[in-house]
Design a protein around this ligand. Structure first.
Ligand code: TPP
Ligand code: SF4
Ligand code: MG
Length: 301
């Protein structure tokens, strides 16, 4: 399947790096039902990363890139921050925008792609930190929702400005003391998932990235709904282990603890009634496709 979507010039085949050869040969381009479960058997769309060892943002990137339904027809829009350091290593088209401007850039991009390719779903996906999404870029974020722009916004919520040393953000929890916020946060974490839903998002999910199944479902839901209805928002708790004083292997436990009953990040989803019906239909379609694929394999075996 991959080869039908991504081809290599024969003249260059012998000098292309092995990572690229592998990408062309085994990546899951063109398979709508690609999944995090392909990790390990096909080439991932992230080659490496420049984040701190064990940073939950790196796990989030791997799950998101394995879950998007059409990477060959997707464009990510990033913003300055720890996330932006990863995009040069990613095998999907992406644009780096000026800090905070990501949803404005994505609005223009999506409209242009719609004009240029009216018959293809070109998925525009914003992926930025909480500082970019909720603080400096909040106006751009919310105006894109008010305008009902048809793309997905993903926020990596590590509850501060990690890349610049740990300043306070609107998503920081009350009372938290960071390196560059020594007096402690004075008010509660802003409830952006609720605000997003009230501001016109048709599907909203807030969760950690400890469970790949859930991340995959939320990302696919958000993208499918954005194609048909309008803006969608996914907030992923990806704690900055450096700032909360955890070791590289402790990020996963931090996320698991945060999502247990009574924790700060128990998964929540908001959607309109028509989206509920739509997603049920999408689920049924996917199940039917998977069943047909299994039967086809059984016939050829
Ligand atoms: C226009 C502009 N303003 C400020 C900065 C400085 N700056 C770079 S990264 C950053 C904070 C990023 O925080 P966040 O979006 O939460 O991402 P994180 O690094 O936490 O993943 C800031 C303020 C910048 N690069 N450009
Ligand atoms: S500073 Fe924090 S958010 Fe940034 S890469 Fe390191 S652990 Fe991850
Ligand atoms: Mg942040």
């Amino acid at each position: 399947m991959s080869k039908e979507k991504i081809q290599m010039s024969e003249a260059l085949a012998d000098i292309m790096p092995p990572e690229y050869q592998e990408l062309v040969a085994t990546a899951t381009f063109g398979n709508e039902d690609r999944s995090w479960k392909d990790i390990g058997t096909s080439k991932e769309l992230i080659e490496q990363h420049s984040l701190c060892a064990g940073c939950p943002e790196s796990i989030a990137f791997r799950f998101i890139l394995a879950s998007i339904p059409a990477p060959e027809d997707s464009v990510f829009v990033g913003s300055t921050g720890c996330t932006s350091l990863v995009f040069p290593h990613v095998g999907v088209q992406n644009i780096h925008s000026l800090f905070g401007n990501q949803n404005a850039i994505a609005s223009g991009l999506h409209r242009a792609l719609k004009l240029r390719f009216p018959d293809v779903h070109k998925d525009v996906i914003v992926l930025a930190g909480d500082g970019a999404t909720v603080d400096i870029g909040l106006d751009m974020t919310m105006q894109s929702w008010f305008r009902q722009e048809k793309f997905t916004t993903i926020c990596f919520d590590n509850e501060l400005y990690a890349n610049t040393g740990g300043q306070e953000s609107g998503l920081m929890q009350k009372g938290f003391v960071a390196k560059m916020a020594p007096t402690g946060k004075k008010f509660e974490k802003v409830r952006l998932p609720e605000i997003a839903f009230e501001s016109g998002c048709h599907y909203v999910a807030c969760l950690t990235v400890s469970k790949p199944n859930r991340v995959e479902k939320a990302i696919r839901n958000a993208i499918y709904v954005s194609r048909e209805f309008g803006p969608t928002y996914v907030q992923l708790y990806t704690p900055c282990i450096l700032e909360i004083g955890k070791q590289s292997m402790e990020g996963l436990d931090e996320m698991k603890d945060a999502e247990t009953i009574g924790g700060r990040f128990v998964m929540k989803e908001f959607m309109t009634d028509e989206v509920k019906v739509f997603l049920k239909e999408k689920d049924a379609e996917q199940k039917a496709r998977k069943k047909a694929a299994k039967e086809a394999v059984a016939v050829t075996a």
